[in-house]
Design a protein around this ligand. Structure first.
Ligand SMILES: [Zn+2]
Length: 180
C-alpha cells in the first residue's frame, strides 16, 4: 500500500504479513485504542525513561527478550533489534526481566537507543524482499553482531554464536559475552 503525501510516500510492503492498515479518525478513537492502547513507549522519544523502564521490568517474570518483543513496555524492538541490543548490553536473552539489576537495565536502555538509531541511519533491516519507498533495501542486517550469525565467531570474543527458539522466534546470542 502506498500512502502518497506532499512530504513523500509512506509504503507498506509486508512480506511476512504481520501488518495491517486501519483507518481511524484520531488516536483516541476506539478503533485506534483497540490496537494502540496497550503499546509501550517509543524508544527514540523522551518518554523512554531509564528509571521507568527499570520499574516496569521489575514487574515482569518473563525472559527479557520476550518482554522486549511483546511491545507493551517499549515498541519497535523486534527480533533483530532485541537480539542486537541484548548483545551490546551483555545480557542473555533468557534472563528473567525482573532479575536485571539497575546498571544492567541502564545498559540495555542505552543499547536499545543505540541499535535503533543506527538502524534508522542504515535504512532499516532487510528480510527477503523488503525495500523502502525508494526501492532500496536496508543495510542494518549486514553489520549485525549476532542476528543471523549462528555458528560464526563472535565479533568480540570469537566464541561461536548460538541460536535457540524463544516463543517461536529465533534468538541469537554469544554464550560468553551475554551473562544470564
Ligand atoms: Zn562473545
Amino acid at each position: 500500500m502506498d500512502l502518497v503525501t506532499d512530504r513523500g510516500v509512506l509504503r507498506l510492503h509486508d512480506p511476512r504479513r504481520f501488518g495491517a492498515v486501519v483507518w481511524a479518525p484520531g488516536e483516541d478513537s476506539p478503533q485506534a485504542q483497540k490496537l494502540l492502547g496497550r503499546l509501550g513507549v517509543e524508544p527514540l522519544s523522551a518518554q523512554f525513561d531509564v528509571a521507568a523502564f527499570a520499574l516496569a521490568l521489575k514487574r515482569r517474570q518473563s525472559a527479557i527478550k520476550q518482554v522486549l518483543l511483546a511491545g507493551d513496555e517499549v515498541v519497535g524492538v523486534g527480533n533483530i533489534y532485541a537480539s542486537e541490543a541484548l548483545f551490546i548490553a551483555g545480557i542473555r536473552p533468557t534472563t528473567k526481566a525482573s532479575r536485571l539489576s539497575k546498571p544492567r537495565v541502564a545498559r540495555l536502555h542505552a543499547a536499545i537507543v543505540q541499535v535503533l538509531t543506527r538502524a534508522v541511519e542504515q535504512g532499516g533491516s532487510s528480510l527477503k524482499d523488503f525495500v523502502n519507498a525508494e526501492g532500496r533495501t536496508g543495510y542494518f542486517q549486514l553489520e549485525a553482531a549476532v542476528y543471523g550469525r549462528a555458528g560464526e565467531p563472535c565479533r568480540v570474543c570469537a566464541t561461536p554464536i548460538q541460536s535457540m527458539l524463544q516463543g517461536q522466534r529465533t534468538t541469537f546470542y554469544c554464550p560468553t559475552c551475554q551473562k544470564p
